[in-house]
Design a binder for this molecule. Structure first.
Ligand code: ZN
Length: 98
């Protein structure tokens, strides 16, 4: 199963939304990612990770980039590892001959 890391953050474990954290609560790493359930179906998920895994995930983190296909003019989003990575249009067929 493919996972795409969106973000790795250090957050307080015991805080609810809109509440101040209690004393003695520890910060822990939370991994925000997309998981491919079925081909082209991405589900947002989170999980707690230890600090070693968090550092590893940070290196793998991808960036969301908006792309415009010069061929069909469609705008789509792709997750890339670095700015130079080439992204194929999800709509246009791979080979140009057809
Ligand atoms: Zn296209």
């Amino acid at each position: 199963m493919t996972k795409i890391t969106i973000s790795v953050c250090k957050v307080y474990r015991n805080t609810g939304r809109f509440r101040f954290h209690r004393k003695n609560t520890k910060k822990a790493w939370k991994h925000y990612y997309l998981e491919e359930d079925e081909p082209d179906e991405w589900k947002f998920n989170t999980e707690w990770v230890d600090s070693i895994k968090a550092q590893f995930l940070k290196l793998k983190k991808r960036h969301k980039r908006m792309c415009i296909c010069l061929n069909c003019g469609r705008i789509f989003y792709a997750y890339i590892k670095n700015e130079r990575e080439e992204v194929n249009c999800p709509i246009c067929p791979d080979d140009e001959d057809e």
